[in-house]
Design a protein around this ligand. Sequence first.
Ligand code: ADP
Length: 207
Amino acid sequence: MQAPLPPFRLGLTGGIGSGKSTVGQMLVEAGAALIDADAIARSVTAPDGSAITAISQVFGSEFINAEGALDRDRMRSLVFSDASAKQRLEAIIHPLVSLATQSQAQTAVNAGHSLLVFDVPLLVESGRWRAQLDGVLVVDCEVATQIERVKSRSGLSAETVQGIINAQATRAQRLQAADWVIFNEGLPLDALKIQVHQIMRDLSCKV
Ligand code: ADP
């Protein structure tokens, strides 16, 4: 009997408003398992999250709010004034996020998924992700389109959206990290879906 092939671990990233979540949903509809790195990162610092006890021990109970979650505003001010605090916080959070991510990936594999899509908004920025992935799909579009999409989705001003974009990796930096690129510009959703399916067919040679 042949051993089962290992799953293909695809990183999915893109700037805000690029259409990354839309592509992620299309991949799921086509049979992939989606693992949301942001949601996992938030969950470890949510009420009763796995990082709460350690954060309280290392930083003090005043960093945990009445609901039992990380007090983000307080931590943000500390991290802003003390660079080593950021390292200490990351030393708590990153291993727990890795553990939870691996556990979700294993659950997906046990359920029979051979394509695992890791939705990582800051994949290029964080650096530590690349080694855990077999390939990276970048969803790209013009900055003006990002701004228009996010403005109409969230009601944020163009200046605020531009500020978020400025804090993210540049398009060129993301494209450099890409094994596949979807240029989600002027594409009707059904044309976008055709591109997503093409990449899945491409991947099925490897999965
Ligand atoms: P991201 O996850 O990258 O921030 P989303 O997938 O949420 O972006 O897309 C941002 C907005 O743009 C959403 O409202 C989405 O429906 C819309 N959108 C994305 N791609 C297209 C497209 N090709 N055609 C029409 N609307 C799109």
